[in-house]
Design a protein around this ligand. Structure first.
Ligand code: NAP
Ligand code: G4F
Length: 351
């Protein structure tokens, strides 16, 4: 068996796909959990699954769900991973207000189910596993102080944030109770051209590209005043791996140390295409949240000091990368429309 064997929950998501690529490039055997869906949900990992080179042979996929403890323990026992990355979650904050119980079960208790499967393997089979938990800056919620560090108290403002606080603390508890090598990355918002289309950055860049080509007239958004510390997902998955290479497990803030308003993201994204966002963006109060997180700004000093981690992509580079990719996507969409094909439009009601 390969020495480096990773199991990733959430492999079909933004981060899971970047992490899988990163680990395959490092020679890992990568095992991922996927969910049965009535429509395709593997498009982010299809390029590596279908890659004709040897990496595809090192990528293995299994149907499972974080709410189904049996499926998790069966796969953990079969795969016997050396590293487990728990990235799976109902990860949309607005949706968590509509589905609070499911969010608690998948995002919160799901972490416990996976940790327990790992603990069982370690205890009964004498097999050492390192575990990564995808914690979130959303846990800081109504922030106690700025910038936020590993010592800032949590005050979640959504069912999602509360579920992540549970997952975070149960990870600490398994580390302290069972000497499990378990670490949490408290990641601030991170984006990419693979970001889900109902998160605000991607919703903006997707709309900007379509508007530029005349495929869409308006973009409806909620709170433009919110401030976020936005980084590039590719930089952040590297940090997940770096944490598990340490002798001692620990928790780290992963952030850029800069914050920007949603409004500024709009301004820069539209300006990249020589458009003024004010001509296209309208406010739809349905996108407001029952409770908002007004400001997030992380201090990544510990990650820099202890692991030597530095984000590589700046805010402006991130905006441009996403806009350019979405302009290209809109061009492909336009060609399909011209050829008479049906094309799904974006921005579903949940966004
Ligand atoms: P994402 O794109 O929404 O991906 C979420 C993944 O979780 C998908 O693969 C999804 O599968 C899977 N999933 C959802 N419910 C599940 C369930 N019940 N059982 C098993 N898998 C399930 O999220 P992301 O942006 O990559 O984020 C990765 C992780 O980091 C998440 O835990 C998120 O909460 C956390 N996080 C993200 C950020 C950020 O800014 N991106 C910041 C802090 C923390 P389908 O593809 O089938 O839906
Ligand atoms: O892009 P968002 O939906 O991300 P949010 O809520 O910050 O959550 C993301 O980051 C967390 C880390 O802090 C992750 F844990 C979580 O999984 C997720 O990846 O919204 C960002 C801001 C919010 O203040 C929201 O109110 O943008 C504001 N916003 C304004 N109009 C909008 C919209 N958000 C969305 N999704 N859609 C809008 O139309």
């Amino acid at each position: 068996m390969a020495e480096k064997r990773a199991l990733i929950s959430g492999i079909t998501g933004q981060d899971g796909s970047y992490l899988a690529e990163f680990l395959l490039a490092k020679g890992y055997e990568v095992h991922g959990l996927i969910r049965r869906s009535s429509s395709f949900n593997t498009e982010r990992i299809d390029p590596i699954y279908q890659d004709p080179h040897d990496s595809a042979a090192r990528l293995h996929l299994y149907y499972a769900d974080l709410t189904d403890a049996n499926s998790l323990s069966k796969i953990v026992r079969t795969v016997r991973p050396t590293e487990v990355y728990n990235l799976g979650a109902q990860s949309h904050v607005r949706v968590s207000f509509d589905e609070p119980v499911y969010t608690a079960e998948a995002t919160g208790v799901g972490a416990l189910k996976l940790l327990d499967a790992v603990h069982d393997l370690q205890q009964h089979c004498d097999h050492q596993v390192r575990y990564y938990q995808a914690s979130s800056s959303e846990m800081y919620g109504k922030v106690a102080h700025t910038p936020q560090t590993e010592d800032t108290p949590f005050h979640p403002r959504s069912p999602y944030g509360a579920a992540k606080v549970y997952a975070h603390w149960i990870t600490v508890n398994y580390r302290e109770s069972y000497n499990l090598h378990a670490s949490s990355g408290i990641l601030f918002n991170h984006e990419s051209p693979r970001r889900g289309e109902t998160f605000v950055t991607r919703k903006i860049t997707r709309a900007a590209g379509r508007i530029k080509l005349g495929l869409q007239d308006k973009l409806y958004l909620g709170n433009l005043d919110a401030k976020r510390d936005w980084g590039f997902a590719g930089d952040y998955v590297k940090m997940m791996w770096m944490m598990l290479q340490q002798d001692t497990p620990d928790d780290y803030v992963v952030a850029t140390g800069e914050t920007h308003e949603v409004r500024e993201f709009c301004e820069k994204a539209f300006a990249r295409l020589d458009l003024n966002y004010k001509d296209y963006v309208e406010i739809d109060p349905r996108y407001y949240r029952p409770a908002e997180v007004d400001l997030l700004l992380g201090d990544p000093a510990k990650a820099k000091r202890q692991l030597g981690w530095e984000p590589q992509v700046t805010f402006d580079e991130l905006v441009n990368m996403m806009v350019d990719a979405d302009l290209e996507l809109a061009r492909r969409e336009q060609s399909l429309i011209k050829a008479g094909h049906d094309v799904c439009t974006t921005s579903g009601s949940a966004g």
